[in-house]
Ligand binder design. Structure first.
Ligand code: HEM
Length: 416
């Protein structure tokens, strides 16, 4: 049902800006527009031509309210803004499930992601981070690198692979598939002649074939990894179907990789633009956990996820109809002036910092503690060893309305 009376509809230009992947790539996040929406139309109806209409939710309080009601606001009918003609395909991914299916599926792996379980992995993360930073060391000389490829991307790939049990020889494959699925709209990741959907479908087919083979291998020879555990797992006495197993592996690869990579890259960019905060952190390494939270708030690697209203409801006086889509702009909530003092200042000692970079409520990011440990570890080593750095070329951003990605960050630096 369409209840919008037209008054809450924002201009065609504003709507178009929210879904224009090319603009995100050229100019970064539309913070000016989000700021205006938070002030003037925090629950705004958007109907960009060619897209499924949606309500843009830009305030922190509204997003937490919606994300806490998974039965009224479903994740099962699409989780991102998309073209009007995109079919809604039922998904076996935990992120696209509602209660009561969601909880048991999430709990199958959640013990691997508790703070304690993650603490036990600290040594492995530490070892990989040291390897990465060692490989980028320059002695006393000044070198140039693509920070994304040399430093930000390898750590999350290695960590997700360790959790899943993917051998290191295949990590490069995961890098490519993540780029192609998440970056399907970006010409850099499309094969000649491919449409974005063809790119992501091809990459997903290859990823499923890979994990299909890994699953068969682990059935014969179980190891101490998540794939082996998922094979053994049961819900209501039934083992997971092949599709459920593959979806779980795919989600881990896609959710854990690009996001963390972009947080690391975005963090370094933030420090390059706020040198005082870098120096402050060097002088006070004990501020690192808080700095990581501020990086997450500042970068907000995921712009939005969506929900679909299952019944008519009202938010801030706007009537949202059953079946209508709401887009929760986490990245806007993280600049909400009602929640954050001076939200456009990057301050490593910001406290409190109730950011929504990991979402909120039922689907709160399962990998949040893993991501935090990765960020803390890599920045601890960079703070100790990166003696000097400057961005030495254009920052190339990903063409995507969901992932605020940086594809390439040319960096000139000296690292001991
Ligand atoms: C900085 C890094 C990360 C960011 C910003 C991030 C962001 C998010 C967000 C916003 C959601 C909420 C989805 C929703 O509300 O619909 C989410 C869910 C999820 N994330 Fe992350 N994530 C990160 C790292 C990771 C890592 C490292 C993993 C796994 C190794 C992971 C696994 C997941 C999973 C499985 C879900 C679905 C949870 C559920 O539906 O119950 N994420 N993430």
């Amino acid at each position: 049902m369409q209840l919008c009376d037209g008054e809450s509809m924002i201009s065609a230009a504003d709507s178009a800006q929210l879904v224009d992947a090319g603009r995100y790539a050229r100019e970064g996040y539309p913070h000016e527009l989000w700021t205006r929406l938070r002030a003037e139309a925090p629950v705004a109806y958007c109907a960009p031509p060619g897209y499924r209409p949606f309500w843009a939710i830009t305030k922190h309080a509204d997003i937490t309210q919606i994300a806490s009601q998974p039965l009224r606001f479903s994740s099962a009918q699409g989780i991102v803004i998309g073209p009007a003609d995109a079919p809604i395909v039922p998904s076996d991914m935990v992120v696209a499930m509602d209660p009561p299916r969601h909880g048991p599926m999430r709990r199958l792996t959640s013990r691997h992601f508790t703070p304690r379980a993650v603490r036990e992995r600290r040594d492995e993360v530490e070892r990989i981070a040291v390897e990465i930073v060692d490989a980028a060391a320059t002695g006393g000389a000044i070198h140039e690198c693509d920070f994304v490829e040399s430093i930000a991307a390898p750590l999350p790939i290695a960590v997700v692979s360790l959790v899943l049990g993917v051998p290191s020889a295949d990590w490069q494959l995961l890098f490519r598939w993540t780029n192609e699925v998440i970056g399907k709209d970006d010409p850099e990741f499309q094969l000649p002649g491919e449409t974005p959907d063809q790119t992501s479908m091809r990459a997903r087919r290859e990823l499923h074939a890979y994990f299909g083979a890994l699953i068969e291998q682990r059935r014969r020879d179980p190891q101490d990894d998540l794939v082996s555990e998922l094979i053994r797992a049961e819900i209501d006495g039934e083992p997971l179907t092949r599709s459920q197993l593959l979806s779980y592996c795919e989600l881990m690869v896609e959710a854990g990789n690009e996001t963390t990579r972009n947080a690391i890259t975005g963090g370094l960019l933030a420090f390059s633009e706020h040198r005082g905060e870098w120096e402050k952190l060097r002088d006070h390494p004990e501020l690192l956990p808080g700095a990581v939270e501020e990086i997450l708030r500042w970068v907000s690697p995921i712009t939005h996820f969506t929900r679909t209203a299952t019944e008519d409801c009202e938010i801030r006086g706007e009537r949202i109809g059953a079946g209508e889509q709401v887009a929760l702009f986490f990245a806007s909530a993280n600049r909400d002036e009602e929640v954050f003092d001076d939200p456009f200042a990057f301050r490593i000692d910001r406290h409190p910092n109730p950011h929504l970079a990991f979402g909120f409520g039922e689907h709160l990011c399962l990998g949040a503690h893993v991501a935090r440990v990765e960020l803390e570890t890599i920045f601890r080593h960079l703070l100790a060893r990166l003696e000097w750095f400057e961005v030495s070329g254009p920052v190339e951003r990903l063409k995507s309305v969901v992932n605020g990605g940086v594809k390439h960050l040319p960096l000139r630096y000296r690292l001991t």
